[in-house]
Design a protein around this ligand. Structure first.
Ligand code: COA
Length: 183
């Protein structure tokens, strides 16, 4: 989506993805087996696809992709609202950080910045933000729950994790939940 603003928090700054994020994104998609597993990513990307993606994604309709940065402009991971439905004012959220930047509160702050923007009338004006989390990912589940995402359903054995099935948990937060939340 063109014209996405940069969002600034106490620790992280979220800015639109740009061409020179390709090195960081390439490292994340090729050298992070645990993250690949936890996000349920099965697609294999080529370097050329990553280069084109970084160069063009900021202009794509129906989605907003931000690089997560801290202190410098370096790409430490990303947070994305995709499947933005302008009629029902819904979107899907996903995020991932590079391994050495996890567990420092960056993910939590990034989600709060994006939800503030997503639900603001002068931001995206959304009504609902949902996400899928795998049952093998207790860290992400705990984080989403702590931020007010409610479990709406459980798709039993919907994802094959190596040799074992795991569940896909559907969670969402509504604009009124977000506004009513204690900070
Ligand atoms: C999930 C992810 C985005 C979270 O970001 P993060 O910066 O690491 O998370 P934060 O540090 O903000 O918070 C993590 C919370 O989970 C808690 N946590 C960590 N490991 C946990 C575990 N195994 N079980 C339960 N809670 C756990 C932490 O204590 C922290 O809670 P707190 O803030 O109350 O202390 C990041 O870890 C990541 O990129 N993981 C790999 C990709 C991924 O799983 N993406 C999400 C797919 S749904």
């Amino acid at each position: 989506m063109k014209g996405m603003p940069t969002l600034r928090g106490e620790m992280v700054t979220l800015r639109p993805i740009q061409s020179d994020d390709a090195d960081g994104m390439w490292e994340m998609v090729t050298q992070d087996p645990e993250g690949t597993r936890q996000t349920g990513t099965t697609e294999v990307f080529t370097r050329e696809q990553v280069d084109v993606w970084c160069a063009e994604v900021a202009d794509r309709d129906g989605r907003a992709d931000w690089a997560i940065t801290h202190l410098t402009d370096e790409y430490l991971g990303e947070i994305v609202l995709n499947q933005i439905d302008a009629h029902s004012r819904n979107a899907n959220l996903r995020l991932a950080l590079r391994p050495s930047h996890r567990g420092r509160g960056f993910g939590g702050e990034a989600i709060q910045l994006v939800l503030d923007h997503a639900f603001a009338p002068d931001g995206l004006g959304l009504h609902r933000v949902s996400l899928d989390v795998l049952s093998i990912n207790p860290r992400a589940y705990a984080l989403y729950e702590s931020l007010g995402f409610a479990v709406e359903g459980r798709l039993r054995e919907a994802h094959l994790d190596g040799d074992h099935w795991c569940d896909v948990i559907v969670m969402a937060v509504l604009e009124e939940d977000w506004r009513a939340r204690d900070r």
